[in-house]
Design a protein around this ligand. Structure first.
Ligand code: TMP
Ligand code: ASP
Length: 253
């Protein structure tokens, strides 16, 4: 079998050349990293869960007209996506104080914010993805003012959608990160949601108990990450009925 061409390898995903021009295959690994990869582990089954969850969220976004990169799921760990030029920014939306915002402003985690807040970090691991003002983004040419307006609008639509979907299954969407890419169609270019949407890039708390059901379980050593993500997938009805076991079965001769 011909070897596929690897286009890019990130911390949690690998991108391969797709079957047609303008497409890529996105492979979800089991690797978990935090704090700029200072903390790392392999969490068996995480890639399978995130592949399914990202498919679920992106498909829902498509149904309400929010453009994104998802085309179809190929198998347990892979999906076909549109190739885009990623804008080197992490677009973060916060509904409640948590994480770096809580730390920066001395806020208690879980305090509701006056309104959803959109912020941008410059995607650069060596620098620790620093928060950047819009002025920097325009001055350094990472995006134009029009792009920024479009990115904020996209991010807020994703926020409304995700908040509603999660609320429906008893989960509070505290905050999340998306990445946005430029998609070229002939002479036209538009911004679409790319990368992934999964509990790796969201903060999700149970509405009743505030139990964390996202990557903070790994960052803060709060228990089993697979259990937390499985809980999210199960509540959303995303896991297939005959879900493959998370642990590889032993072969018996
Ligand atoms: P923060 O509170 O650490 O800034 O994170 C805000 C949200 O963005 C949180 O849901 C986690 C997500 N995030 C990522 O997915 N990747 C990252 O590199 C960072 C910094 C945050
Ligand atoms: N900074 C992000 C986190 O804390 C991602 C990473 O460092 O791998 O999860």
């Amino acid at each position: 079998m011909a070897r596929r061409k690897k286009i890019y390898e990130g911390k949690a995903k690998t991108l391969y050349e797709g079957p047609e021009p303008g497409t890529l295959v996105q492979y979800f690994k089991d690797d978990a990293t935090a704090f700029n990869a200072e903390k790392r582990d392999v969490i068996e089954g995480k890639g399978v869960l995130n592949n399914r969850l990202s498919e679920f969220f992106m498909t829902g976004l498509s149904q309400i007209g929010v453009p994104n990169h998802f085309l179809k799921r190929i198998n347990m760990r892979e999906q076909l996506i549109r190739a885009v030029e990623i804008i080197p920014l992490e677009v973060i939306v916060r509904n409640y104080a948590a994480g770096s915002m809580a730390k920066r402003l001395g806020l208690e985690e879980g305090v509701v914010l006056p309104r959803p807040i959109v912020e941008f970090s410059y995607k650069n691991d060596d620098l620790g993805d620093p928060l950047v003002p819009e002025e920097y983004i325009i001055a350094f040419g990472w995006a134009s003012q029009q792009d920024l307006d479009d990115m904020v609008a996209l991010a807020l639509r994703v926020n409304d959608f995700l908040s509603g979907v999660m609320y429906g299954v008893g989960i509070k969407l505290i905050d999340f990160k998306i990445e946005i890419g430029r998609h070229y169609e002939g002479d036209f270019q538009r911004l679409i949601v790319a990368d992934e949407i999964s509990p790796d890039s969201c903060r999700l708390w149970d509405i009743e108990t505030n139990e964390k059901l996202d990557k903070d379980v790994f960052r803060r050593d709060l228990g089993s990450l697979t259990d937390a993500y499985t809980e999210v997938a199960t509540r959303l009805g995303v896991m297939p009925k005959n879900a493959a076991p998370m642990v590889k079965p032993t072969l018996i001769n």
